[in-house]
Design a protein around this ligand. Sequence first.
Ligand code: SF4
Length: 221
Amino acid sequence: MELKDQYKEVLKRLRATYTKTPQSFLKFDNVLELTIATVLSAQCTDKAVNKVTLVLFEKYKTAEDYMNADMIELKTIIRSTGFYNSKAKYLQGIGQKLVHEHNGEVPKDHDALMTLPGVSNKTANLVMAKGFGINIGVAVDTHVRRLAPRLGWTRETKNTSRIERDLNALINKKDYLDVNEFLILHGRALCGSKPKCNECPLNDTCPTGRNSLGKSPLPLT
Ligand code: SF4
């Protein structure tokens, strides 16, 4: 079986398994909110970020609001997301950069996004995909990093840049965001630190699942 066909089969099954729009993903109404929420989600669950942004987005609506933020107040609001000192600086820095260099708007440009404080390659990929509908690369978070090698999509298990490089080469661009979101859902449901291969709908097409259930290896080319 070709690896490309296997990834499509995996995605097909995951789409059939997780049919509802997940409430657990980050909530946002515009690209600025998406950017801020994604920066806050570093080392924090989407659920916890959504609780914080419910309050934050009521008060901070523009890049200028973040630029002029009262840091004590901002830190208090975002405290529960962890690393709040750094994150508050990032948010204020994002506001400043957007106001001074982008007319207060989030730039529709991956490289420009990467110059914003606290914005990683993963964040920039997500903002481009979810905010602008442009697929630049697969956003590799904890779940994608864990599942991609288990599924045989990369040999790399640690380096997120190499994992992204392998995934970008394998996955069709239109599927980049789905791969991110469905692997997150599957990682949360069944394929966590201790994968439940015997319950998994992918266990006949996943090399790790086949191995753990004592099935013969699937020849992937
Ligand atoms: S078969 Fe096991 S390792 Fe493969 S995706 Fe399912 S739970 Fe994860």
